[in-house]
Design a protein around this ligand. Sequence first.
Ligand code: NAI
Length: 462
Amino acid sequence: MSAYDVIVIGSGPGGYVCAIRCAQLGLKTACVEGRETLGGTCLNIGCIPSKALLHATHMLHEAEHNFAAMGLKGKSPSVDWQQMQAYKTDVIGQNTKGIEFLFKKNKIDWIKGWASIPEAGKVKVGDEVHEAKNIVIATGSEVAPLKGVEVDEKTVVSSEGALSLNKVPKTMTVIGAGVIGLEMGSVYRRLGAEVTVIEYLDVITPGMDGEVQKSFKRLLEKQGLQFVMGAAVQGVDTAKGKATTRYKLNKDGSEHTLDSDIVLLATGRKPFTDGLGLDALGVKMSPRGQIETDAHWATSVKGIHAIGDAIKGPMLAHKAEDEGMAVAEVLAGKAGHVNYGVIPGVIYTHPEVASVGMTEEQLKEAGTPYKAGKFSFMGNGRAKANFAADGFVKILAHKETDRILGAHIIGPMAGDLIHEICVAMEFGAAAQDLALTCHAHPTYSEAVREAALACGDGPIHS
Ligand code: NAI
């Protein structure tokens, strides 16, 4: 038995970041991970491998659609799926080994195995019980089941199986037009699959700014993705390695079927807390299966904290990371803090979609007086040169004070551009502050400045 100041359970972005910060702050720290490699869902079967496939297939798209126009002639590259998979596996390895290196550097013990908590202050892994003054649960999330749909990771896959299909399917049905469905749907569309997305609501990416939703759907349709909107999936039947998806249209209750080689279930995730023994401990849970925490990420049981996908809030790696750093500070006697009002969300399709803060719909509902400054990438020289002029930047600012309340970008590098606005919001900036900041020319960032100018006297290039 060994004694620690902190044992973190789970080594995803929430857990490993928490462990590193704990160690940096002088706490004797261990992290329990049952997977063969560190990094959790994000590094092993989520964010990182999907970005490798998105990057590779975007390059293919560029070669097929834009190279000739730039004078780069010759045969388009053909797809070697096994090599693309090997590239993806290499990227995963580089990242997971990186975390292992950081653990060693920070003298964090990796306890290999699956943890349970027999009582506060104790973590059991295999036959060993380890003592810890504090326990942080960072066990993440898993695919939420959908009635009538059985995931076998071969014909009916979750995001995990979708990253490692045996071959590129001819046809693919995606259930759910959320982040996973659209990112993975884009990958296979670019590889030549016929992709149909079935979505329960009448809009894609629920919760996102309405104007972005519309523009995003139009651009995805232009790329060849097909949508069946307002349709509830009733079930999927498989036979001889093919799938038939049954769905009902909400508007008239009519029943339909769709055949495909592969079905991707992407209708959401749920907290993963199985096997921890939280029931017996009396840890308070929400009706949605999330661990309930207070403002300092403490659960209802003293000495046990929880962060990331296992608690409330958006299921995003960077939200978990921020909570991981903050709870480490709390455990070290400092003031940990997360500003939940400024957490960006990014969809890594092409073009990318990024947002932070309030949407126009939320501002209207709250009755907040606001103004919207919008600028199209059509007016951005760099975007035009790079065949990336689809999309826009929209900044929402308070009508009277000009304080930035939210921003929504669809366009090139949106996921990077959004951070300028995040920083501005952290500093309580006005749109005018961005508008008066010199932006290098020619950059995509100029579109952010122009949107800020559009909140005032108007943009220059439109
Ligand atoms: P999601 O919550 O983003 O989207 C699920 C979609 O499925 C919704 O549009 C919903 O209306 C629809 N749906 C639900 N039931 C349905 C039914 N029976 N028939 C048809 N449609 C139905 O969930 P998703 O895409 O699975 O992602 C899970 C989590 O992972 C999310 O919280 C997401 O934020 C996170 N994630 C984030 C990424 C990023 O930040 N780039 C990448 C991948 C995942």
